[in-house]
Design a protein around this ligand. Structure first.
Ligand code: SAH
Length: 463
């Protein structure tokens, strides 16, 4: 992070603006909206600034910038077209530790002004750290369209009821849940449709009748996070991620996805690696029960889909026995994600009418699978956890009658920017893997459909 976003209170605070043109005028109007007490230094002012100075809205010091004008200022903005003046403002402000921004000169800024979406008191700020103001503006335009204009009124309503809600509900967890229900429910809808009085009455009624015990009921969300690309999360996954109190996550869940979990949620790593479990499965199951019993909303975030080689069933069985509420959210499983991003359709009328998912995990140094079922014609075989046993799997398939030249692909870190796809045949894929540094997780796809990769591959990160 190059800049820490903060919102600064400028009401009645002295701020210096150096420059008298149209750009300075824009900054001045922003500062006035924030209630700052603005002093303007410039030999001459554009019309709008001259008018504001005439009306006493800003104080004008005619002439050039002088260092002593900084005395007492909490912020300085320079918007002149004279490079020497800009540099002088920057250096003198830095010496006095006064935050300074020189318009259009990122190297002369100790703070940047974001693009803002103003739904006062709700304020959204977007910054690209000076990298691309255009990108910032486009993003702002998108946010403008999705944030209802009435958010400001909703926030005002919440502000008025903040203390009564605090008095009524003793624990912070109860208050948070109460507000979440209000803000996502009917009260908010009434505000959006301009029925503020009814909204207020309904909110008062909710405070009077809320069931305290319901407000602290623990629940578990078993959520599939998909194969890696955060864009592949479902809406429901994202919503539950945003309201969890604690998250238990695996090694397969990348940091970009964890970043989308509510900031205040405690994070517990229960990572799994082949034959090494940071926290044993029974302990995870128990932890889910214990946390839910404490009234927490527990997010169990798993790579791919929780019910496909994810032990999701085992994790919720204990919850069901204990009568603890839970929901299961499907995710894009590695087979679907890797196949799509590698341009390998798992079924295809010309090549495969069925697809089978198996786990290739080694047990006692070998792979134990129903080989007869796997060698059926016109069938695609997808092997999860198949890297360590790759050679054994390929050899066994050949031994059970599959042609040694059957196409096979290994997809490494599918759907992510580190995705690599190795294609070969059953008898040479292991060599390819030995020659290249291959990293887990990898998915093995075997079948005629793999031959389509050359024509259909579309996702080529970093090229
Ligand atoms: N529940 C998960 C699978 C967990 S088993 C799902 O539905 O996808 C872990 C195995 O999944 C890994 O060993 C690997 O074979 C596969 N896998 C998961 N994510 C992957 C990815 N991004 N790229 C390749 N393989 C992946």
């Amino acid at each position: 992070m190059d800049y820490l976003p903060i919102f600064i209170k400028l009401k009645d605070q002295p701020v210096l603006v150096v420059g008298g043109g149209a750009i300075a005028a824009r900054k001045v109007s922003l500062l006035l909206r924030a209630g700052a007490s603005v002093t303007l230094v410039a030999p001459k002012l554009c019309d709008s600034l001259a008018k504001q100075a005439g009306e006493g809205l800003v104080q004008h010091l005619p002439g050039m910038f002088a260092v002593d004008q900084l005395a007492g200022c909490v912020l300085v903005i320079a918007a002149t077209d004279d490079a020497d003046t800009n540099t002088q403002v920057y250096e003198s402000a830095r010496q006095r530790n006064i935050p300074v921004n020189v318009v259009d000169a990122p190297e002369l800024c100790s703070f940047v002004l974001p693009s803002i979406i103003d739904r006062s008191p709700v304020m959204v700020a977007v910054s690209t750290g000076g990298a691309s103001p255009t990108l910032g503006r486009l993003l702002r335009a998108r946010l403008e369209t999705i944030i209802p204009a009435s958010y400001g009124r909703l926030a005002e309503l919440a502000r008025r009821f903040r203390q009564p809600v605090k008095d009524r509900f003793k624990s912070m967890a109860q208050r948070r849940r109460f507000w979440e229900e209000v803000i996502q429910g009917q009260v908010a809808e009434l505000v959006y449709s301009n029925k503020d009085l009814q909204a207020e009455q309904l909110l008062q009624q909710a405070i009077d009748t809320a069931d305290d015990s319901q407000l602290v009921k623990g629940e578990v969300y078993l959520v599939g996070a998909g194969p890696g690309d955060p864009d592949l999360l479902t809406f429901r996954a994202l919503r539950l991620m945003q309201q969890a109190d604690v998250v238990l996550y695996d090694r397969l869940v990348p940091p970009q996805i964890l970043d989308l979990v509510r900031r205040e949620a405690d994070q517990i790593y229960v990572g799994k690696k082949r034959s090494f479990h940071a926290v044993r499965q029974e302990e995870i199951n128990q932890l889910l029960i214990d946390l839910a019993k404490q009234g927490k909303r527990v997010l169990r975030l798993k790579g791919g889909d929780p019910f496909i080689f994810g032990r999701g069933g085992e994790e919720i069985a204990g919850l069901a026995d204990e009568g603890i509420g839970f929901q299961v959210v499907p995710g894009v499983t590695a087979a679907a994600g890797c196949a799509s991003y590698a341009g390998i359709p798992l079924t295809h009328r010309d090549y495969a009418q069925s697809v089978i998912f198996v786990t290739g995990q080694l047990q006692d140094g070998t792979v134990d699978l129903e080989w007869q079922t796997l060698v059926q014609p016109r069938q695609t075989v997808v092997v999860y956890m198949g890297l360590a046993g790759l050679k054994i799997i390929c050899d066994k398939l050949i031994e059970h009658g599959v042609s040694p030249t059957m196409p096979a692909a290994l997809v490494q870190q599918g759907t992510t920017r580190s995705q690599r796809v190795f294609t070969g045949t059953l008898d040479n894929l292991h060599q390819l893997v030995a020659e290249n540094e291959v990293h887990a997780p990898t998915l093995l796809i075997i079948g005629e459909v793999v031959s389509l990769h050359d024509r259909l591959s579309w996702f080529n990160p970093n090229t």
